[in-house]
Design a binder for this molecule. Sequence first.
Ligand SMILES: CC(C)(COP(=O)(O)OP(=O)(O)OC[C@H]1O[C@@H](n2cnc3c(N)ncnc32)[C@H](O)[C@@H]1OP(=O)(O)O)[C@@H](O)C(=O)NCCC(=O)NCCS
Length: 310
Amino acid sequence: MGAGILGIGRYLPEKVVTNFDLEKMMDTSDEWIRTRTGIEERRIAPDDLDTSDMAYFAAQKALEDAGISASDIDLILVATVTPDRPFPSVACMLQERLGATKAAALDISAACAGFMYGMVTAKQFIENGAYRHILVIGAEKLSKIINWKDRNTAVLFGDGAGAVVMGPVSEGRGILSFELGADGSGGKHLYQDEYVIMNGREVFKFAVRQMGESCINVLEKAGLSKQDVDFLIPHQANIRIVEAARQRLELPEEKMSTTVKKYGNTSAASIPISIVEELEAGKIKDGDLVIMVGFGGGLTWGAIALRWGR
Ligand SMILES: CC(C)(COP(=O)(O)OP(=O)(O)OC[C@H]1O[C@@H](n2cnc3c(N)ncnc32)[C@H](O)[C@@H]1OP(=O)(O)O)[C@@H](O)C(=O)NCCC(=O)NCCS
């Protein structure tokens, strides 16, 4: 028996902020943002909608999609760097709000790679039989830790949440292989002081190298090759970074998610948000080999090779 995705959901705030809106707020241009990042617009949450609210809405949809109730959940893992407060965790807030009375709950701090860390953690508990149903959520309200006067970072990020219910799936389905990694020596390139501070060029170089390598590594671990890949879901940071990963896998354009255009970089939420987008577009089908790969502050990275379906 493997560990896979039984249900999925997402939540995106309604308010769309375009590059043209940002032009009015800081010294930037739609042309610069589009050509350097691929981003056209992003969603920004209102003051009264916090990370736990978005996580809750996404989780409800994932539970419904999986056809299970909150009381069936054994563990809640929330990947976030923008919790409502340092503690209690967003996971504990959800445990109460969802009514997941028997679930253990904790947040995971691995920045934009957090959702990969969460899924891989859930896989261990499911495969060793300790837990059956685990809610893994990526949820971020990055807008509250962005310096809206810093054009280097403000144009890149957006808010949102995505959730999966993980559980046992049939042999050959679910997570086939994974890789997780960290390099604390690179922490100085991307961190939060009061606001997000970033050395864009260093993060860019790291991301291009690591995303490509991690994709190849998980394929090798699963005994598969580039030709076997049906769809690539990279963390949506920048169109040039994800393009480099696509080229490394020699995939055609239509086999990779590029939701960064519409939602910007939603950190830990970007991978599950993108999976929902591609499922709804009919791009991911039962039996497909899907590669997910993320990187982020820490520095951290993670990749998963997953055979879609239950
Ligand atoms: C941030 C990033 C888009 C910058 O792109 P770049 O091509 O490397 O651009 P540079 O850093 O060379 O900056 C070029 C110029 O544009 C300017 N610039 C930066 N942001 C700008 C903006 N929003 N609008 C207009 N100009 C901007 C810079 O000040 C710089 O000007 P200068 O040459 O006069 O100093 C890119 O480095 C990147 O995507 N890095 C990775 C970031 C990331 O993924 N972070 C999240 C990780 S999870």
